[in-house]
Design a protein around this ligand. Structure first.
Ligand code: ADE
Length: 229
């Protein structure tokens, strides 16, 4: 069965164009995944379709109200079971390739894209099964985190990537290895040269060069990121 991903957002336009571009668009066209974006405002029923309100206890800004989220999420939960109800937040578990690998085996994923300091916490408390941070920085909302998660999961689904794009060769896939750099024509551009060995046609030398470059880049990457030796 095709994977299904539901995203709930107060700014759905920010998701539509990225999800309808390139490989993620193609994945939907190939029926490898169905991605449905829900506009929070469609679940507001008062006269002004209000989705936000002032925070109790004071403080600047507005908060997304709980009722539209509850209504949308409860409707979805009536329709099917979800393997993961993801709540992007700077306070969550750091997202990485191993989480993407696990989630690529799921049937149904829901992502609640609230806004940091911008969503009534009862939504997280009641529904979230996975609180996820995509890194040590603060975004304006969960939408970009949702896109990161969707992109990294969908490209792993069987039949999404073509052979030449294969996820199996990925650097980080088989345990924190950074790949050698790639080049195409022209062989020289603005005095910048493609390494000679790649033009040589000597398969064994190319293989050895790639392994060596990969080793150098992996060591450098570990050092600049202060990872284990
Ligand atoms: N929302 C705001 N910042 C975030 C982050 N770094 N990760 C996930 N969700 C967020």
């Amino acid at each position: 069965m095709m994977m299904r991903i539901d995203v709930i957002s107060a700014v759905p336009d920010s998701l539509i164009s990225p999800l309808n571009t390139s490989i993620i668009k193609r994945a939907q066209e190939r029926k490898k995944v169905e991605i449905i974006v829900h506009n929070l405002r469609d679940y507001a029923h008062d006269k002004h379709k209000q989705i936000d309100d002032k925070p109790f206890g004071g403080g600047p800004g507005m908060l997304l109200k709980p009722e539209p989220f509850f209504e949308c999420i409860e409707k979805l939960l009536c329709e099917r079971k979800y393997d993961h109800i993801v709540f992007p937040t700077p306070g969550g578990k750091f997202y990485d390739q191993s989480i993407a690998n696990k989630w690529s085996l799921a049937q149904n994923i829901m992502i609640i894209a609230g806004h940091y300091k911008g969503i009534d916490d009862r939504v997280r408390e009641k529904f979230a099964t996975d609180e996820i941070s995509i890194g040590m920085y603060v975004l304006t909302g969960g939408e970009i985190a949702a896109l990161v998660i969707i992109d990294s999961v969908v490209r792993l689904l069987p039949g999404v990537l073509n052979d030449s794009e294969s996820a199996l060769n990925d650097s980080l896939m088989d345990g924190n290895i950074i790949e050698a750099p790639y080049y195409t024509r022209p062989a020289e551009y603005k005095e910048l040269k493609v390494p000679d060995v790649l033009l040589s046609g000597h398969e064994k030398n190319v293989r050895e060069w790639k392994a060596e470059q990969s080793k150098i880049l992996t060591e450098k990457w570990k050092k600049i990121n202060k990872l284990e030796k």
